[in-house]
Write a protein that binds this ligand. Structure first.
Ligand SMILES: C[S@@+](CC[C@H](N)C(=O)[O-])C[C@H]1O[C@@H](n2cnc3c(N)ncnc32)[C@H](O)[C@@H]1O
Length: 209
């Protein structure tokens, strides 16, 4: 694996980032101890910035895990803003609700258990941000679901689009293949203007035109 950011640069960036509050740091340790992938503080800060820059009020998360990325988003919303979280695993929801309460964002979050691609179809939007962090082989399905539900100049954010550098190799698993397929489709899609920010594992930022 070739990685994304030169390890010393990564260390440098991580050294610059301020300490998080007790809840986020506990979630980071929780994720690390169970080998549960989280967006982490560098990308978390970027999600918070995007929520602020877009003046987001309404965010849909696909693949919320136990709520770490949702807390970053929620902190960028006004008091009447909402993050709709989704995850296939009910134990993630239970864990997330406790963290939301402690982080003081519970009233800004709804958490639904089930398939995110099905749940989003119950919503019309328009969302300011849709965050895509589901199983990588299914990423391509999110594009057509997002288009009618994002406001103009709303943002589709997709995590892991550089996939530890495997993205430049011939694919030897469905995840790499799925991300390669997604990147090609989203860059070619006339409804979106896309950039990949090579932070952590790569974030695709697609603005709806
Ligand atoms: C990488 S983790 C999410 C991490 C979270 N976004 C964060 O950074 O805090 C991916 C999560 O997506 C969930 N997931 C994967 N495919 C899904 C789908 N199609 N619908 C709902 N949840 C899904 C998994 O259960 C897992 O918890």
């Amino acid at each position: 694996m070739i990685g994304i950011i030169e390890p010393r640069i990564n260390e440098y960036l991580s050294g610059l980032i301020p300490r998080r509050d007790e809840v986020l740091e506990e979630m980071e340790r929780d994720g690390e101890s169970r080998n549960f992938p989280l967006i982490g503080p560098l990308c978390g800060t970027f999600l918070l910035q995007l929520a602020i820059i877009t003046r987001a009020k309404y965010i849909f998360e696909m693949g919320s895990g136990f709520g770490y990325s949702a807390i970053w988003f929620a902190r960028g919303l006004p008091a009447d803003g909402k993050v709709i979280c989704t995850d296939g695993d009910p134990t993630n929801r239970e864990r997330a609700l406790q963290y939301f309460e402690r982080a003081g964002v519970a009233e800004k979050i709804e958490f639904h258990v089930g398939n995110a691609q099905e749940i989003i179809q119950q919503y019309k939007g328009p969302f300011d941000i849709i965050f895509n962090d589901i199983d990588k082989q299914d990423y391509y399905q999110v594009i057509d679901l997002a288009i009618p539900r994002l406001r103009r100049q709303g943002v589709l954010i997709t995590d892991n689009v550089l996939w530890d550098g495997k993205i430049v190799e011939p694919p030897d698993d469905i995840y790499t293949e799925g991300i390669q397929r997604y990147n090609k489709l989203i860059f070619d899609n006339k409804h979106f203007l896309t950039t990949i920010v090579p932070l952590r594992d790569g974030l695709a930022i697609s603005v709806k035109l």
